[in-house]
Design a protein around this ligand. Structure first.
Ligand code: ZN
Length: 317
């Protein structure tokens, strides 16, 4: 089977206060709150999913919310920044919106000919908004507080900070089907061959003199790439095992099936299936409005609800 990866499926990061996280991503950034569930491996804590109108793969930013979690330390072996795409001519809108909400933001010099704003989320995670002319297959959420002409259109890219980038680059190009499309100083840009997929870009930052990072609040926990279906995921599992990676068995994440492995630079990679998606257990119109639990945790619903901190709908901004 000749298979290539279309792009990112989701990015999962660590937050501390769940309400603050919800207000920032759904309120300020205007993403749709597509799923309110718990961390299946730690069901006393929330797992939030944000995305476009339907939680299309390539738009999904997710958080483990661990109240009181201390902050991580940025460094190598980690994703250094998560970049979202915004339409052209949206820079001024976003700079003003961020300023109004007292989020310090910096408009940096062009990166590979694209305009860029950087700021940090409430836990210190570095977020970038990149103006991109390339149309992608995502669906604006009509309930967003951001107008459609400036809305976030899924991921642009992630930047991975690595002590050395060559082995990770080899995984992307020789296995995933990515190509080196640009480079500047220590930044090497790889892209999938699917030009309309959101999140088709991965930048590898070669940082031989930096210290290893420590994952905690404000850090990316893992990044997930897309598999079209279960068969394609099995193919990836076999390929990766044959290359010597230590890959988990397929794990049921209800909204997708997952395998995980650590890439050569130390970042946790996942491969997640596109189906069944977020309408698996609630209607499209209801996404994110109530706590959803996987079938195997339903019997513990009342105990789980007792320990989860209450949350209010995201503040509209
Ligand atoms: Zn994941």
């Amino acid at each position: 089977m000749e298979t290539e990866i279309a792009g990112l499926h989701h990015v999962t990061a660590i937050a501390s206060d769940p309400q603050r996280n919800l207000d920032f991503y759904a309120g300020l950034l205007g993403l749709r709150f597509v799923k309110r569930t718990v961390n299946f491996d730690d069901p006393g804590t929330y797992h939030f999913y944000f995305g476009d109108a339907r939680g299309t793969p390539g738009t999904i930013m997710t958080f483990f919310a661990w109240p009181g979690a201390r902050r991580g330390i940025r460094g190598t072996g980690q994703v250094d920044a998560v970049a979202f795409s915004i339409p052209q001519n949206s820079m001024d809108y976003w700079l003003e919106r961020l300023e109004q909400q007292h989020v310090p933001a910096e408009r940096t010099s062009l990166r590979f000919d694209e305009e860029l704003i950087r700021f940090v989320d409430p836990d210190g995670l570095l977020i970038e908004l990149v103006e991109s002319a390339v149309p992608v297959n995502v669906e604006h959420w009509q309930g967003s507080s951001v107008p459609a002409e400036h809305t976030i259109r899924g991921f642009h890219s992630v930047s991975a900070a690595l002590e050395g980038y060559e082995r990770t680059a080899k995984l992307l190009t020789e296995s995933f089907g990515y190509r080196l499309v640009n480079e500047s100083n220590n930044r090497f840009r790889f892209a999938s061959q699917n030009e309309t997929a959101a999140g088709r870009v991965v930048d590898l930052l070669c940082m031989p003199d930096a210290h290893p990072g420590r994952a905690a609040a404000g850090s990316v926990h893992h990044i997930a790439f897309r598999a079209r279906d279960d068969a394609e995921q099995r193919h990836w599992r076999e390929q990766l095992v044959a290359l010597g990676y230590n890959v988990t068995p397929v794990i049921d994440r209800v909204y997708f099936q997952s395998i995980y492995f650590r890439e050569p630079g130390g970042i946790l990679f996942e491969i997640a299936t596109d189906p069944p998606g977020f309408t698996f257990d609630e209607d499209l119109g209801q996404l994110g409005q109530s706590l959803r639990l996987p079938p195997w945790l339903e019997s513990a619903r009342s105990q789980i609800q007792e320990v989860l901190p209450p949350i209010a709908p995201p503040t509209k901004q």
